[in-house]
Every structure is written in structure tokens, then in C-alpha cells.
Ligand binder design. Sequence first.
Ligand SMILES: *Cc1c(COP(=O)(O)O)cnc(C)c1O
Length: 438
Amino acid sequence: MTSDPRRAIPSTDRLLALPEVIAAGQQLAPHIIRRTITEIQASARRGQTAPDEVIPRVVDAVQATHTTNLSAVLNATGVIIHTNLGRAPLSEAARDALHAAAGYVDLELDLDDGKRSKRGTWAKTALLAKAPDAEDALIVNNGAAALSLATTALAVAQGKPEVIISRGELVEIGAGFRLPDLITSTGTQLAEVGTTNRTTLEDYRNAISERTGAILKVHPSNYWIGGFNSTVETKQLATLADEQGLPLIVDVGSGLFTPDPVLPDEPTMTQALRDGADVVIASGDKLLGGPQAGLLLGSKTVLQTLARHPLARAFRADKFTLAALEATLNASSTPVHDALHADSKVLYARSQRIAEALNAEVVPHEGRVGGGGGAGVPIAGWAVSVAEEFARPLRTGSPAILPRVADGRCLIDLRCVPEADDEVILHRLREIAAEVEG
Ligand SMILES: *Cc1c(COP(=O)(O)O)cnc(C)c1O
């Protein structure tokens, strides 16, 4: 009888007793270690791994396994709010706040008298300090939740299911996600008015009936309509809404408080409130530069109606969001703001230093705001241009670096890279250059 090579495969008990596996078990859950072992044993049984390779492979695998598989990425694309990279990177202050919030915190407790207090008071205070035109505020999970809550609580829940919206503002945010589908999913009906390119105040007025619960204005964050077009200003809509006793909901999308000269067409929460919106909606992780959150700012009565609706509980922000949002709002700046306002001369000098060390070239490169707003607005900057073959090793190396690939070149734009990481990028580029050329 020929001996079965599969008998030589080390047993699970033997593998579990390896000192390296025991050491890995200090960090990793038993089921993760067992799964790794089982997979490698199975590969040996299929003849894909030699029996004497099983032990070294198990040791390598458990040592390479981490409790989280999410990798930090250096964003060298020049796209500031990159949805695939988790939108806004947080400030140091917000990162510290997240860490502090990880344990027990006085989220709903007044340490002074030891009694229960309101949840998220600090974040709300910070928000209202930034937006003094608002009487009250509510923080929910994201912009989509804020919009869903506002339309549901102000229309359907009041027995008036219709919300009036311009056909020019039926937005798809991305990845097939459409705001009209979101709004109607809770029973709200959309009364669409006007045409794609033109909507007038009369269109809104004519659509008002006893079924109307609210008027909604949505900023088309990721597209713009040029040419023969007209939209109705918030101010005019506010007058109409007041006349008819209807709430006006304005979704500005991106969460700027005050105008930014770099993005002249981006609406602000402050202006929408001054123009008479009853409630303004924005995201926390776009131009505001904070964690994922949905911000609702506006009049006391409307905000109370929203806070009392059952969906407010389903959509409520967690302690991490509240902590990071408060810190973002109270900090002097955010990485998003800094990237948007990066000095072109400094970017050029940083790019030039890397390019010189590599014998590469610096080329003009247009950055973008990205998923957060500023649709179509180019942000003039620079990129180090290297061969396209650099892109994959940059992405898959450590740390992961995401460049932009365009016209057969790999472009490294430092706008969204902290200056302290220039050295890391240069080091990786040198390593890859040695491999590519060697
Ligand atoms: C991004 C965006 C949303 C959705 O916000 P999330 O925070 O991504 O849920 C809603 N409305 C507008 C106008 C937006 O730009």
C-alpha cells in the first residue's frame, strides 16, 4: 500500500499548538485562526500545498491577518471628497474625539448632577454656533436620512402626502442612488413641476393643493444645467411657502456654512436660512469636512416636529458621529478646507522635489471637489507624471497610494496628501522605479 501523502498534513491540534499561532491568538478570534488553518489544510488535501509547506504557510497567514481589513490610503488623485475613499478625511481634533468616544462617555449624562441629559448637546451647540441663523438643529445618520425624515415628518405624517419639487432637481447622487426613490419610499409623493431646464414660481404655485405637505428645493450637487434655463430662488419659494402656510425644505447637499470664493456657485446653509428656508439639509462628510452625518438646521417648530417623528430615532447619529462632528466644527480648519485652498506654489515645489529625485516631470493637473459638490469646477494644481505601470504597485503597496491614471500616465497629485507623507510617496516611487527599470 502506497502511503497517502495527505496523512502527512499536520493536524488542526498540532497547528493550533504552534507558538506563532498561539501568539496570533492573543489578537485574533479563534474562528479566524481556525478558518485560516482549515483553508490551508484543504489546499494541501487538494495537492495545491505540499504537506511540509502547511506549517510555514499557516504561520505566515496568521501573522499577516489583522482584525480589520480596511487599509489607510494616501489620496494622490487630486479629488478632495473621494466617495470611494470614504469622503472627508478627519482633522486631528476629530480623530482624537473618536478615540475618546470609544469608551464610556457622558453622551446622555450630566456629570454635574449625575442625571440623564439630552443626547448630543455638545455637537448641536457647536453646529448652532456655526449657523447662528438657525433656531434649532438635529443631527442624523447622513444627508439621505435627513431628507427622508424631513419629507416624511412634514408631509406624509401630517396627512398631506405631496412634496413639490422641480424636474430640474430630481438628483441621482451616485451608484444608482436616486433622491426621488428615497423620498417616495416612505409614502411621500412627489409633485414634479416645470421642466428639466426651466421651472418658474408659477409652476410651484399651480401645483399647490390641499394634498401639499411641503416644498422642496434640492441643490444638484453633481451636475449643472446651463443654456436656456431658470430656477426659482429660495427667497421666492420662501415667500410662496409662507403665503400658503407650507414648510420649505432646502437640501444644499454639501454643508458649507459661508460662501467659499473657490466655489462661487455652491449654496450655503447660512444663505438658505436667511432666504427663509424652514429647514436646511446638508451632509457632514462633504465640504464640511467631518464625519458622515445628516444636518438639519432651521426653525424651532419644524425641528421639534422632526425630532418627535419615530424615524428620528431610527436615523439618529451614534456617539462617534457626534464626537467627530463637534470637534470638526470647533477646530480651526479641516483637511478638506486645506486641500481646497492649498497654495499652488507650494504644491508645485513639493511635486518638483519628488519629480527631481526621480527624473520625472511635473505637469499641470486639475483637481476636483468630487462627490461633495463644486460640480465641474476645476481646481488648478500639479501632478508628478510617471509611467502608467507605477499605478498598480502604488495602489497595492504599503502604504496604499491611489494615483490618477489618465492618457497612459500615472499622475500623482499632492493636493490631498499631507506634506509629511511626501517622503513616503517618494520612497515608494523609488522602490517601484527600481523594480520597473530593473
Ligand atoms: C450628497 C447629497 C445627498 C445625500 O447625502 P448623504 O450624506 O450622502 O446621505 C442628498 N442631497 C444632496 C443634494 C446631496 O448632494
